[in-house]
Design a protein around this ligand. Sequence first.
Ligand code: NAP
Length: 490
Amino acid sequence: MTSTTADLAAITGIDVPTGLFIGGEWTKGRSGGLIGVTDPATGEIIAEVADGTAEDALDAVGAAHAALPGWAATPPRERGECLRRAWALMMERSEAIARLMVLENGKALPDARGEATYSAEFFRWYAEEAVRLEGALMTAPSGANRILVQRQPVGVSVLITPWNFPAAMATRKIGPALAAGCTVVLKPAKETPLTALVVADILREAGVPDGVVNVVTTSSASRFSGAVLGDPRVRKLSFTGSTEVGRVLLKAAADQVINCSMELGGNAPFLIFEDADIKAALDGAFVAKMRNGGEACTAANRFYVHEAVADEFTSAFAARLAALKVGPGLEEGTELGPLVNEDTRSKVASLVDEAVAAGSKVVTGGAVPDRPGYFYEPTVLDHVPSGAGILHEEIFGPVAPIVRFTDEADAVRWANDTEYGLVSYVYTSDLRRSLRVAEALEAGMIGINRGVVSDPAAPFGGVKQSGLGREGGHDGLLEFTETKYIAVEW
Ligand code: NAP
């Protein structure tokens, strides 16, 4: 079933598959049921995809298991060349992929174009990494034998991805898994299944053998995970999503002692010191807050601004957000699209309402605009009290709460006052302070005078309850391997 709605093909210029992809075949799945995909800018259904059952999920595991020995034995260079071709195809179709992401996720086209290129880059990076899986050889301290260490593919890998980066979260997992010699079953978020299906079709076209990549879309994520995590053929779970669901999956993976990588939620602090270059801090704050409309795990969630520069920063930042063109993502000039669904918008609205009731001052925005779709006004809140929920929960929307500080130690303490530890941002022109503060911040990633940290070549991931393991860089490849130690006497 590679049929698609005519509208989608007309808007994107490509055929968008809507079936399950199992063992190299597009299928309707065992139930023949369908899930509607909604355009968040209008609230209307734009396509229907197959609703995979538990049996479909196990069929996909079976296909991945059957393809594993052949793919693991495929020369690394050939595995890399498949990924390299997939990168080229994604770049060739990047505008179509970007438009499709706007339709199913709502993000503005410039954000979607950025993601299309960024997501393709994971295939190019891991095409290059596929041939760099090193081992080690050493003499045992006793001198009696040699210690030989080899990296082998971990095996059939289940990949579960969120809706906020429909292409990049898939390629960031598929790239290293395939480079390491693993086969995969991907379950994309039900809000954004179409992009994942296009990525799978590109991998097929790039020459990835049948069964190496499988995709199961489903209306019941727990039915899917219940089936696959109970199957002993599955050896790896790589999950990106909320900390809440991550905890549930870690518990479920414990029964079969499945190797887990977890990319979970964030609550990024953004620190601006009195000696910062304020123009640079405004640019950095803008991208850290507004990339993807604030729906990013790396989004600046709390701004700690030194009292001496707080008025200047706050008024300039509010003016910049208030000037944004808000509208459907594909409309000419749109800079901020809708949120992905009503639940996400209501959460944003209630966090703002609660912060205002607690004494925060609305500098701009603060309301749901009167229009169809799941829009929320770009918002800046000043003087947010320390107990407000908005400082402790992931906002996932275009809202910037500002807290003023005078003392570096307070700023660092408040920044660390969270169970999350994904990323933190620091703006200062004092080199010693930047490194001192970076060392003290409890986060897996730090941006110093920079509002974006994501890079396919860098190890992305969090500490505390933001996750386990890393994606991207060489570390991302190692997550899909097991270490084998061979004791040799010669
Ligand atoms: P989510 O609700 O945790 O869902 C993520 C994925 O998990 C979706 O595919 C979802 O399927 C699935 N899922 C939900 N419950 C499940 C269950 N019981 N068993 C198996 N799968 C289950 O997160 P989201 O709302 O899509 O995404 C936003 C979250 O992702 C934020 O917390 C954000 O910080 C985090 N995130 C983290 C990173 C990172 O790299 N650290 C990157 C991006 C996003 P359904 O769609 O069917 O519910």
